[in-house]
Design a binder for this molecule. Sequence first.
Ligand SMILES: Cc1cc2nc3c(=O)[nH]c(=O)nc-3n(C[C@H](O)[C@H](O)[C@H](O)COP(=O)(O)O)c2cc1C
Length: 365
Amino acid sequence: MSGIERRKLHHIRVSLDKNVETDITTGFEDIRLIHRALPEIDLDEVSSEVTFFGKRLQAPLIISAITGGTEEAFKINEVLAEVAEDKQIGLGVGSQRIAISQPETIPTFNIVREKAPTTFIMGNLGCPQLSLGWGVTEAKKCIEMIEADALAVHMNPLQEAVQVDGDTNYSGIYKKISELSQQIETPLIMKETGAGIAWEDAVMMEKSGASGIEISGVGGTSWSAVEYHIAKEVGEKNMEYLGNALWNWGIPTAISVVEVSNKTDLSIIASGGIRTGVEIVKSISLGADLGGMARPFLEKAVQGKEALAEFIDNIIKEIQVTMFLVGAKNIGDLKKIPVLIMGKTAEWLKLRGFDHNEYARRNIE
Ligand SMILES: Cc1cc2nc3c(=O)[nH]c(=O)nc-3n(C[C@H](O)[C@H](O)[C@H](O)COP(=O)(O)O)c2cc1C
């Protein structure tokens, strides 16, 4: 087994068996939706459908990048893809770096397109690989491998910095992304992995030609925590210290969604600690286009197809009922409802120059 395969296994096992959640929250508890006693719509008419980069989805929901590259990953991706296709929701694969350097692992990724021939599928490549010299050729291979509808370029400076032998050279990435976006027709989605995205970086990403952003802010899976557990197991004391010290580092998801949606026209996937349909509705009312989750879907996928399908049905129903209760017949309506931004989230946004009261002043129809 190669070093990367071993790491992949570690990531899945640690994410499932250990505490890897941040101690600080996403900020969604500070986001309040207004209940409508007279929604003046029929719940049966509420549509959570949405089109994302040309693909029609039953709900604004995506399984965020999780895995690929190992036998276990093959099984997980097969379950995720079958259910994503059946429910018509989006699906992101884990980093395809391993498939480029070890082509024998390609089937663990292309099983996804085989089992999900029509729904939105997102490829995945990391910034560290771009800074080590990968570029258009490798990105095209990732896209073709799974006939991806979009390619996520993941940004994980925190994870690399707290990881034993991490790739920490993040210089020159802007130029690389600009090259990729000029030479590749498939949309690029810049994706964090649990530390969120500030508007300043989002604006750079938009200028570089990226089409979207996946927020993955603080409040859910902490990669610092994952690497802390791994460092502890292998006796790497310095990295164990760092992983623990930076466990909660980053920008909470709800804040990041507001920052990015205010300062760019990019498509936005809200993720990082999203655990409920209500939180997805909140994300969309703040300006996101889809909501994503990783670890909750992983937990269900290892239990099997039925468990995953039931979980997704529940989340979609929860989204639709919440839409009903705020009087939104469709996703377009949802982007216009009044929203209260309170507490620490409001304070943070105010200090960053955003007028959180604008959301509260939206007209209730
Ligand atoms: C086991 C596991 C593996 C992951 N692998 C990747 C990856 O290869 N590429 C990536 O962009 N994100 C990866 N992520 C990050 C997720 O896509 C997501 O951004 C992060 O876990 C926060 O979402 P959550 O709180 O819903 O888990 C992984 C997450 C988990 C739990």
